[in-house]
Design a protein around this ligand. Structure first.
Ligand SMILES: [Fe+2]
Length: 249
Protein backbone atom coordinates (compact mmCIF):
# COMPACT_ATOMS: atom_id res chain seq x y z
CA UNK A 1 0.00 0.00 0.00
CA UNK A 2 2.80 2.38 0.98
CA UNK A 3 4.60 1.49 -2.28
CA UNK A 4 1.46 2.27 -4.28
CA UNK A 5 1.04 5.71 -2.62
CA UNK A 6 4.74 6.49 -3.21
CA UNK A 7 4.43 5.53 -6.92
CA UNK A 8 1.33 7.74 -7.31
CA UNK A 9 3.18 10.68 -5.73
CA UNK A 10 6.15 10.24 -8.12
CA UNK A 11 3.78 10.06 -11.10
CA UNK A 12 2.02 13.27 -10.00
CA UNK A 13 5.35 15.16 -9.71
CA UNK A 14 6.50 13.97 -13.17
CA UNK A 15 3.15 14.92 -14.75
CA UNK A 16 3.25 18.42 -13.21
CA UNK A 17 6.78 19.02 -14.52
CA UNK A 18 5.83 17.83 -18.00
CA UNK A 19 2.79 20.14 -18.02
CA UNK A 20 4.97 23.09 -17.00
CA UNK A 21 7.44 22.37 -19.83
CA UNK A 22 4.56 22.10 -22.32
CA UNK A 23 3.10 25.46 -21.20
CA UNK A 24 6.39 27.34 -21.64
CA UNK A 25 6.96 25.71 -25.03
CA UNK A 26 3.44 26.65 -26.16
CA UNK A 27 4.04 30.28 -25.17
CA UNK A 28 7.21 30.44 -27.29
CA UNK A 29 5.46 28.80 -30.22
CA UNK A 30 2.45 31.05 -30.00
CA UNK A 31 4.80 34.04 -30.38
CA UNK A 32 6.47 32.77 -33.49
CA UNK A 33 3.25 31.61 -35.15
CA UNK A 34 0.99 34.45 -34.03
CA UNK A 35 -0.89 36.07 -36.95
CA UNK A 36 0.50 39.49 -37.87
CA UNK A 37 -2.07 42.22 -38.21
CA UNK A 38 -1.63 44.89 -40.89
CA UNK A 39 -0.39 47.57 -38.51
CA UNK A 40 1.96 45.10 -36.84
CA UNK A 41 3.87 44.39 -40.03
CA UNK A 42 7.07 45.84 -38.60
CA UNK A 43 7.93 45.44 -34.94
CA UNK A 44 10.54 47.40 -33.07
CA UNK A 45 12.61 46.55 -30.02
CA UNK A 46 12.45 48.85 -27.03
CA UNK A 47 14.01 48.49 -23.57
CA UNK A 48 11.51 48.01 -20.75
CA UNK A 49 11.92 49.21 -17.14
CA UNK A 50 14.15 46.25 -16.33
CA UNK A 51 16.57 46.91 -19.15
CA UNK A 52 15.24 43.97 -21.15
CA UNK A 53 14.23 44.14 -24.77
CA UNK A 54 10.57 43.81 -25.54
CA UNK A 55 8.73 43.79 -28.84
CA UNK A 56 6.39 46.74 -29.42
CA UNK A 57 3.79 47.27 -32.11
CA UNK A 58 4.23 50.14 -34.56
CA UNK A 59 1.14 51.88 -33.24
CA UNK A 60 2.59 51.80 -29.70
CA UNK A 61 5.77 53.59 -30.83
CA UNK A 62 5.97 56.97 -29.14
CA UNK A 63 8.86 58.51 -31.17
CA UNK A 64 8.31 61.41 -33.55
CA UNK A 65 7.38 60.31 -37.08
CA UNK A 66 9.10 62.39 -39.77
CA UNK A 67 7.49 62.55 -43.21
CA UNK A 68 10.73 63.10 -45.14
CA UNK A 69 14.44 62.75 -44.71
CA UNK A 70 17.01 65.40 -45.48
CA UNK A 71 19.43 64.54 -48.29
CA UNK A 72 22.75 63.88 -46.59
CA UNK A 73 25.87 65.75 -47.69
CA UNK A 74 28.25 63.60 -49.71
CA UNK A 75 31.29 64.49 -51.87
CA UNK A 76 30.21 65.91 -55.24
CA UNK A 77 33.41 65.59 -57.26
CA UNK A 78 32.09 62.52 -59.09
CA UNK A 79 29.20 64.51 -60.57
CA UNK A 80 31.33 65.93 -63.36
CA UNK A 81 28.83 66.05 -66.21
CA UNK A 82 28.06 69.74 -66.36
CA UNK A 83 27.66 73.00 -68.29
CA UNK A 84 27.61 72.64 -72.09
CA UNK A 85 27.72 68.85 -72.16
CA UNK A 86 24.99 68.51 -69.55
CA UNK A 87 22.79 71.07 -71.30
CA UNK A 88 23.38 69.25 -74.59
CA UNK A 89 22.19 66.01 -73.00
CA UNK A 90 19.07 67.70 -71.68
CA UNK A 91 18.43 69.17 -75.13
CA UNK A 92 18.88 65.75 -76.75
CA UNK A 93 16.33 64.19 -74.41
CA UNK A 94 13.81 66.79 -75.55
CA UNK A 95 14.72 66.14 -79.21
CA UNK A 96 13.98 62.43 -78.76
CA UNK A 97 10.63 63.18 -77.11
CA UNK A 98 9.76 65.64 -79.92
CA UNK A 99 10.54 62.95 -82.50
CA UNK A 100 8.41 60.47 -80.56
CA UNK A 101 5.40 62.81 -80.64
CA UNK A 102 5.89 63.54 -84.34
CA UNK A 103 5.89 59.81 -85.12
CA UNK A 104 2.84 59.36 -82.93
CA UNK A 105 1.00 61.99 -84.98
CA UNK A 106 1.99 60.16 -88.19
CA UNK A 107 0.82 56.83 -86.78
CA UNK A 108 -2.50 58.31 -85.66
CA UNK A 109 -3.08 59.82 -89.11
CA UNK A 110 -2.45 56.60 -91.04
CA UNK A 111 -4.50 54.60 -88.49
CA UNK A 112 -7.63 56.69 -89.17
CA UNK A 113 -10.44 54.63 -90.67
CA UNK A 114 -10.69 57.19 -93.48
CA UNK A 115 -7.00 56.74 -94.36
CA UNK A 116 -6.52 53.13 -93.26
CA UNK A 117 -2.90 52.47 -94.13
CA UNK A 118 -2.19 49.96 -91.38
CA UNK A 119 1.36 49.19 -92.50
CA UNK A 120 2.42 52.83 -92.23
CA UNK A 121 0.51 53.21 -88.96
CA UNK A 122 2.25 50.23 -87.35
CA UNK A 123 5.66 51.40 -88.53
CA UNK A 124 5.16 54.88 -87.12
CA UNK A 125 3.75 53.59 -83.80
CA UNK A 126 6.89 51.47 -83.50
CA UNK A 127 9.10 54.45 -84.32
CA UNK A 128 7.30 56.60 -81.71
CA UNK A 129 7.96 53.94 -79.06
CA UNK A 130 11.63 53.70 -80.02
CA UNK A 131 12.13 57.47 -79.81
CA UNK A 132 10.51 57.56 -76.38
CA UNK A 133 12.87 54.79 -75.28
CA UNK A 134 15.84 56.78 -76.59
CA UNK A 135 14.74 59.69 -74.41
CA UNK A 136 14.27 57.40 -71.38
CA UNK A 137 17.73 55.89 -71.80
CA UNK A 138 19.32 59.32 -71.79
CA UNK A 139 17.38 60.17 -68.62
CA UNK A 140 18.77 56.95 -67.08
CA UNK A 141 22.26 57.99 -68.18
CA UNK A 142 21.86 61.34 -66.42
CA UNK A 143 20.79 59.45 -63.30
CA UNK A 144 23.87 57.21 -63.53
CA UNK A 145 26.08 60.32 -63.65
CA UNK A 146 24.34 61.88 -60.65
CA UNK A 147 22.71 64.61 -62.74
CA UNK A 148 19.07 63.74 -62.31
CA UNK A 149 18.48 66.22 -59.53
CA UNK A 150 15.60 68.19 -61.02
CA UNK A 151 11.93 67.37 -61.42
CA UNK A 152 11.05 65.75 -64.73
CA UNK A 153 8.84 68.69 -65.78
CA UNK A 154 11.97 70.86 -65.83
CA UNK A 155 13.68 68.33 -68.02
CA UNK A 156 10.95 67.49 -70.53
CA UNK A 157 8.13 69.59 -71.91
CA UNK A 158 5.23 68.08 -73.83
CA UNK A 159 5.78 69.19 -77.45
CA UNK A 160 3.26 70.60 -79.88
CA UNK A 161 3.23 68.60 -83.08
CA UNK A 162 3.76 70.82 -86.11
CA UNK A 163 2.11 68.58 -88.71
CA UNK A 164 -0.78 66.14 -88.34
CA UNK A 165 -1.83 65.21 -91.87
CA UNK A 166 0.07 63.94 -94.92
CA UNK A 167 -0.77 63.85 -98.63
CA UNK A 168 0.37 60.20 -98.87
CA UNK A 169 2.79 57.66 -97.46
CA UNK A 170 5.69 59.06 -99.47
CA UNK A 171 5.21 62.52 -97.95
CA UNK A 172 5.26 60.98 -94.45
CA UNK A 173 8.41 58.97 -95.19
CA UNK A 174 10.12 62.11 -96.50
CA UNK A 175 9.24 63.91 -93.26
CA UNK A 176 10.47 60.92 -91.24
CA UNK A 177 13.80 60.96 -93.08
CA UNK A 178 14.20 64.69 -92.46
CA UNK A 179 13.29 64.19 -88.82
CA UNK A 180 15.95 61.50 -88.40
CA UNK A 181 18.53 63.68 -90.17
CA UNK A 182 17.78 66.49 -87.71
CA UNK A 183 18.14 64.11 -84.73
CA UNK A 184 21.42 62.76 -86.13
CA UNK A 185 22.82 66.30 -86.50
CA UNK A 186 21.83 67.02 -82.92
CA UNK A 187 23.58 63.87 -81.62
CA UNK A 188 26.75 64.69 -83.56
CA UNK A 189 26.79 68.19 -82.09
CA UNK A 190 26.35 66.72 -78.61
CA UNK A 191 29.23 64.31 -79.24
CA UNK A 192 31.48 67.18 -80.38
CA UNK A 193 30.65 69.20 -77.27
CA UNK A 194 31.16 66.39 -74.77
CA UNK A 195 34.29 65.02 -76.46
CA UNK A 196 36.28 68.25 -76.49
CA UNK A 197 38.00 70.10 -73.69
CA UNK A 198 37.32 70.72 -70.89
CA UNK A 199 34.80 67.85 -70.65
CA UNK A 200 36.49 64.82 -72.28
CA UNK A 201 33.51 62.64 -71.45
CA UNK A 202 34.72 59.65 -73.46
CA UNK A 203 32.31 57.23 -71.82
CA UNK A 204 29.30 59.31 -72.87
CA UNK A 205 30.76 59.95 -76.32
CA UNK A 206 31.37 56.23 -76.79
CA UNK A 207 27.77 55.49 -75.74
CA UNK A 208 26.30 58.13 -78.05
CA UNK A 209 28.46 57.03 -80.98
CA UNK A 210 28.15 53.27 -80.56
CA UNK A 211 24.47 53.11 -79.66
CA UNK A 212 22.69 56.28 -80.83
CA UNK A 213 24.61 57.23 -83.97
CA UNK A 214 24.78 53.59 -85.03
CA UNK A 215 21.00 53.31 -84.87
CA UNK A 216 20.47 56.69 -86.50
CA UNK A 217 22.61 55.87 -89.54
CA UNK A 218 20.99 52.48 -90.09
CA UNK A 219 17.53 54.01 -89.55
CA UNK A 220 18.18 56.75 -92.11
CA UNK A 221 19.33 54.22 -94.70
CA UNK A 222 16.23 52.09 -94.12
CA UNK A 223 13.92 55.07 -94.51
CA UNK A 224 15.71 56.21 -97.68
CA UNK A 225 15.37 52.71 -99.15
CA UNK A 226 11.67 52.53 -98.34
CA UNK A 227 11.07 55.97 -99.82
CA UNK A 228 12.79 55.07 -103.10
CA UNK A 229 10.82 51.82 -103.43
CA UNK A 230 7.52 53.55 -102.65
CA UNK A 231 8.17 56.36 -105.11
CA UNK A 232 9.02 53.85 -107.84
CA UNK A 233 5.80 51.94 -107.17
CA UNK A 234 3.73 55.12 -107.10
CA UNK A 235 5.30 56.44 -110.30
CA UNK A 236 4.02 53.42 -112.22
CA UNK A 237 0.89 52.45 -110.25
CA UNK A 238 -0.20 55.61 -108.41
CA UNK A 239 -2.36 54.98 -105.34
CA UNK A 240 -2.40 51.25 -106.04
CA UNK A 241 1.39 51.33 -105.66
CA UNK A 242 1.02 53.01 -102.27
CA UNK A 243 -1.64 50.48 -101.25
CA UNK A 244 0.61 47.54 -102.18
CA UNK A 245 3.63 49.09 -100.47
CA UNK A 246 1.60 49.58 -97.29
CA UNK A 247 0.71 45.87 -97.33
CA UNK A 248 4.40 44.98 -97.55
CA UNK A 249 5.33 46.95 -94.41
FE1 LIG B 1 16.09 58.55 -81.53
Amino acid sequence: MVKLIASLLVLAVVAQQAYGDFKSLSKKDSKSFAPVRRNEGKKLKQNNDHGQDRIVKNDEWSGECKGSLEVPEIPKGWMDLKDGCLNGMRHQIQEEINASYQYLAMAAYFARDTVNRQGFAENFFKAAKEEREHGSKLVEYLSMRGQLTDSVSNLITVPTVAKQEWKDGAAALEDALELETKVTRSIRKLIQTCEGKPYNHYHLVDYLTGVYLEEQLHGQRELAGKLVTLKKMMSTHGELGEFLFDKSL
